[in-house]
Design a protein around this ligand. Structure first.
Ligand SMILES: [Mg+2]
Length: 230
C-alpha cells in the first residue's frame, strides 16, 4: 500500500446514517396507500418506479419524492387526493431535514488518517442535500476534496482520479455499497474496502462475492487503520 495517496469515503451509510431514514419514510408512504395495496406491494411498486426514474432524476430525496407521487398516482389509477400528495411532499421535506448522525468511530478514523493521506468524499445524491449534510456533519475540515457525483460508475471515478491527478493504484475507496463503491473502483485498478451497513437499498445490492487482490472487507470502519497505518 506504499503508493496509496488518496482515501475516498462514501458518505451515506459510511460516514453517517441515511438508509434507515429512507426506509422509515417508505413505511409511512406505504401506510398512506394502504387502501390500494398491501404494504409490501406498495414498496415493491415504489422501487420499480424509482429504478425507472434514476436516469432522469439521479439519486437523492427529490427524485424519491417524485417517484412516491408517481407511484401514488399509478396505484390509485389517478384518483389519489391532493391531501395525500401534500403528505407525500411533507414526508420528503422531513427527510431533507433529518439530523446528521455520524456512524461509530468515523471521526476517530478521519482524525487518525488526516495528514497521512489526502482524504476525499465521493458521494451520490442531490447536490444541495449532500452539501447541507456535510456542513451539518462537522466533518468538512478533514477533507481535501468533495465530489458529489451523479453516478458511481467507472467513468465517474475516472473523472475523479483525473481531477486528483493520481493513478488508480494510488486511490482507495471505502464504502457500504459493493455495487457503487467497490466494483467500479476495482475495475479501474484502484483499491476498495467494503464496510457493510445493516440496511442497504435493494438497488445497491449484488449477489456475487468479490475476490480481488485490491479488495478488503471489514466489519467496522476502524479496521481500516490496521492496514492504512502500516
Ligand atoms: Mg453509501
Amino acid at each position: 500500500m506504499n503508493e496509496l495517496k488518496v482515501i475516498a469515503f462514501d458518505a451515506d451509510d459510511t460516514l453517517w446514517v441515511n438508509e434507515p431514514y429512507f426506509r422509515e419514510t417508505e413505511d409511512r408512504f406505504c401506510e398512506l396507500l394502504e387502501d390500494y395495496l398491501p404494504h409490501h406491494s406498495v414498496a415493491r411498486e415504489l422501487l420499480q418506479v424509482e429504478i425507472r426514474n434514476i436516469n432522469l432524476y439521479g439519486y437523492g430525496v427529490k427524485g424519491f419524492m417524485l417517484s412516491m407521487i408517481e407511484t401514488a398516482m399509478e396505484l390509485s389509477q389517478k384518483t389519489i387526493k391532493v391531501d395525500v400528495i401534500e403528505k407525500i411532499i411533507a414526508l420528503g421535506k422531513e427527510l431533507l431535514e433529518k439530523p446528521i448522525v455520524l456512524l461509530d468511530e468515523v471521526e476517530d478514523v478521519l482524525q487518525t488518517l488526516h495528514g497521512k493521506y489526502k482524504l476525499v468524499v465521493a458521494t451520490k445524491g442531490d447536490l444541495l442535500d449532500q452539501e447541507r449534510k456535510l456542513r451539518k456533519s462537522g466533518l468538512e475540515h478533514y477533507f481535501h476534496h468533495i465530489e458529489i457525483m451523479s453516478e458511481k460508475k467507472e467513468a465517474d471515478y475516472q473523472k475523479l482520479l483525473k481531477h486528483l491527478d493520481i493513478q488508480p493504484t494510488e486511490f482507495m475507496m471505502l464504502g457500504n455499497s459493493l455495487k457503487s463503491d467497490v466494483l467500479p473502483v476495482l475495475e479501474l485498478g484502484g483499491h476498495a474496502v467494503h464496510i457493510p451497513y445493516h440496511t442497504t437499498w435493494a438497488h445497491e445490492t449484488i449477489d456475487s462475492t468479490i475476490e480481488h487482490k485490491h479488495f478488503k472487507q471489514v466489519s467496522s470502519i476502524k479496521e481500516v487503520l490496521s492496514f492504512l497505518l502500516k
